[in-house]
Design a protein around this ligand. Structure first.
Ligand SMILES: Nc1ncnc2c1ncn2[C@@H]1O[C@H](COP(=O)(O)OP(=O)(O)OP(=O)(O)O)[C@@H](O)[C@H]1O
Ligand SMILES: O=C(O)C1=C[C@@H](O)[C@@H](O)[C@H](O)C1
Ligand SMILES: [Mg+2]
Length: 165
């Protein structure tokens, strides 16, 4: 069984995956490895549609790896990825209100997110558009805005344990 974290940019998928497992797979990092350049540069050169093709390839190769996967915020954009996610039974949605996410995205200088370079209103529209997909595909939803990564990881561990009992 693969534990898959989904949610908007800044929700903490990569951070929480690191607490859950030291061997977690970060889909964005795997994509960077495959394309040989930063994601922002790939968007500039080839555009979002091409990025989604690569994202789907990498995701379908790793989805049955059995560990923990931190997806990118746009994993639900492609219908093919939504189909893959619907077949999984440990999809965890890290949910937060937009203003918390926007604060985190802007404070995070380490990661340049091409789709977050637009103004808050445009990014919020993207958030509103994706919200239903994240929620609809989730087996577990965790409210993350007021919790530490460790608290979030503990909630997920406890839920997983309950699933196995
Ligand atoms: N629970 C938390 N509380 C406070 N800050 C957090 C929490 N989780 C993550 N952060 C911070 O928010 C920022 C975004 O986190 P992270 O990169 O893990 O998000 P992500 O969901 O993987 O984003 P993306 O979709 O762009 O990959 C980072 O600076 C991280 O340190
Ligand atoms: O929300 C998105 O569409 C994205 C989020 C990031 O994790 C990256 O996968 C990329 O920047 C696209
Ligand atoms: Mg991430």
């Amino acid at each position: 069984m693969t534990l898959i974290l989904i949610g908007f940019m800044g929700s903490g998928k990569s951070t929480v995956a690191g607490v859950l497992s030291e061997n977690y797979v970060d889909l964005d990092l795997e994509i960077v490895r495959k394309i040989g350049m930063p994601i922002a540069q790939f968007f500039e050169k080839f555009g979002e549609a091409e990025f989604r093709v690569v994202e789907h390839q990498v995701f379908s190769e790793l989805i049955d790896s059995g560990g923990v996967i931190a997806t990118g915020g746009g994993i639900v954009e492609s219908p093919e990825n939504r189909e893959l996610l619907a077949l999984q039974s440990e999809v965890v949605y890290l949910k937060a209100n937009f203003s918390s996410l926007w604060q985190r995205i802007n404070a995070d200088k380490k990661n340049v997110r091409p789709l977050a370079q637009n103004g808050a209103e445009i990014v919020e529209k993207l958030y509103e558009k994706r919200k239903k997909s994240y929620q609809g595909l989730a087996d577990l939803t965790v409210e993350v805005a007021d919790k530490s990564p460790e608290e979030i990881a503990q909630i997920i561990f406890d839920w997983q344990k309950g699933q196995k009992e």
